[in-house]
Structures are given as structure tokens and as C-alpha cells.
Design a protein around this ligand. Structure first.
Ligand code: SF4
Length: 267
């Protein structure tokens, strides 16, 4: 399960104790609303995607990178994962540009909701991004409409079924294009009890067919509109991972890291 070494600690367990990553929280805004997301919680004790202590400017992000990269040679991966959506924020590309000029050896990755992925592939390639993670919680709009409140695309705000249809279609087109362009793509799927738990194998089959390398099924952290739901047990997550591992490579060492996480995933 998830032992292939892609050269990225979040994509395979083998790399997790050898290669470190630094998440630079420069992407403030988000273009969708997931019903489990609360980006207002940001203290140091919170550990979940979207949490960060402060949003940095690209220049501040470069300074942070310089400080940590010079003190730990294992820190090779520079990721932008939030607190909003990296592709919706021009600061993402500005940050990559600054770090690329400073360190030609830095390896870049992003974590995105996928709404803008199809539109930004060329920009990602120009920025030397090699790894992309897309959060895919549904591959049909009937399930997706329970998970997302709205989506903003091309200055138009979509709600309910329209938002769900748009996001599902854009994610799949973007993933296919990213894989064809040679990017290594991982899919994160949040296991949401009563909402997508019976849909996850279908997600695994769909993304595998689009060219995705590896899947990361994560238990819901119940915030915001989904705060009434229960966090799935380890057994529930492992059972679903087992069912999906014959379809697509699974990882099991994800820490659901913050947008400003730094260091090694495993010691
Ligand atoms: S894509 Fe990420 S940051 Fe945006 S609403 Fe969803 S969980 Fe929050």
C-alpha cells in the first residue's frame, strides 16, 4: 500500500522519512465552499488542511524558505496548499518564481480543489511544478451537491447542483490534462459518513482511468456545516482503503497537514 517512491513524502511512504516539505501559506482566497471547511480556525493547536497561523506574501514566503532550507538539506519539496486554493491566487505563481530564482533545485507541488486545474496546466509547467494533489470527494454531481455550497468560476457564482456539476466536470478534465502533461497526480478524498462513503470505489475507478497515480482517503474532520457528523474511525478508513487498493495505489501515512507545515512527515 503506497510504498512506491515518487520522490515526494506525501505520495509514497518510502520518501516520507527521507525528504522533507515546506508548505508556504500564500494562497488566501478560495473559489469554492466545501461544507466541512472552516478556515477561520488557525491557532497552532489545530492540525488540518486550510489551517495556518498567518498568510504570507510571496516575499515573506521566500524568506521563510531560505531560513528553513539552509538549516535542513532534507527539505526539498516546496508546496502551496492554502489556506485557500493555490490556483485561485496569483501569489502562488509569484512565490514559485521567487524560489526558482533563488534555488534551481527546489521541487514544487500544489494541492488544489481542481476547479482551475485545466486552465492553469501551462502555468504550472512553466513554474516547474511536478506534483499536484486534487481533492476529489465525488465524481458525480448527485453526491457532490451534498458536499459543496458554491463554486466561483469566471466571475460567475454557481450554487447547488450547478456548482456540483461544474466542479465535477472541471476536476476530471483538469486531472486528465495534468496526467497527460506528465505531472504526478495524487487524489485526496475525504471520507464523509452518510455522504460519500459508498461512492469512494467509484471515485477510485474514475481517477485511475484518468491517469492518477495514487489515492489518499482521509477521515472527515467535522467542521462548519458538517460539524454534526462523526469523524470516521481508523477501522472505517482502513476498510475503504483496502477495498480501493486493488483499483489504485493507496497511501496511509497522511497527517492531514496544515497549510504552513514544515519538516519531515515521518522520522
Ligand atoms: S477547497 Fe480547501 S480551502 Fe477551499 S473550501 Fe474546500 S477545504 Fe476549504
Amino acid at each position: 500500500m503506497g510504498n512506491r517512491n515518487y520522490g515526494h513524502p506525501c505520495f509514497g511512504k518510502d520518501a516520507a522519512s527521507k525528504i522533507g516539505r515546506i508548505h508556504l501559506p500564500v494562497a488566501k482566497a478560495c473559489n469554492i465552499k466545501c461544507n466541512y471547511c472552516d478556515r477561520n480556525i488557525s491557532c497552532m493547536n489545530e492540525n488540518h488542511p486550510g489551517a495556518c497561523l498567518e498568510v504570507l506574501t510571496p516575499e515573506q514566503a521566500l524568506e521563510r524558505y531560505k531560513r528553513y532550507a539552509s538549516s535542513d538539506s532534507r527539505l526539498k519539496i516546496v508546496g502551496i496548499s492554502g489556506p485557500g486554493d493555490p490556483l485561485f491566487n496569483p501569489e502562488t505563481f509569484k512565490t514559485f518564481e521567487l524560489i526558482k530564482s533563488y534555488d534551481k533545485g527546489a521541487i514544487f507541488c500544489i494541492s488544489t480543489n481542481g476547479l482551475l486545474l485545466e486552465d492553469r496546466i501551462e502555468d504550472l509547467l512553466k513554474s516547474n511544478v511536478r506534483f499536484v494533489t486534487v481533492t476529489v470527494n465525488a465524481v458525480n454531481f448527485e453526491v457532490a451537491k451534498e458536499i459543496y455550497e458554491f463554486a466561483l468560476y469566471d466571475e460567475v457564482l454557481y450554487f447547488g447542483e450547478d456548482a456540483a456539476k461544474l466542479l465535477v466536470e472541471k476536476q476530471q478534465k483538469g486531472i486528465e490534462k495534468a496526467c497527460k502533461a506528465g505531472l504526478v497526480v495524487k487524489v485526496n478524498t475525504v471520507l464523509i459518513p452518510d455522504i460519500n462513503q459508498d461512492h469512494i470505489e467509484e471515485i477510485a475507478k474514475t481517477v485511475k482511468a484518468l491517469g492518477v497515480s495514487v489515492m489518499n482517503i482521509m477521515p472527515l474532520r467535522p467542521y462548519a456545516k458538517f460539524s454534526h457528523l462523526k469523524r470516521p474511525s481508523c477501522d472505517a478508513v482502513n476498510n475503504i482503503r483496502k477495498r480501493c487498493e486493488s483499483i489504485i495505489d493507496q497511501i496511509s501515512h497522511c497527517n492531514q497537514c496544515r497549510s504552513d507545515a514544515i519538516g519531515m512527515l515521518m522520522i
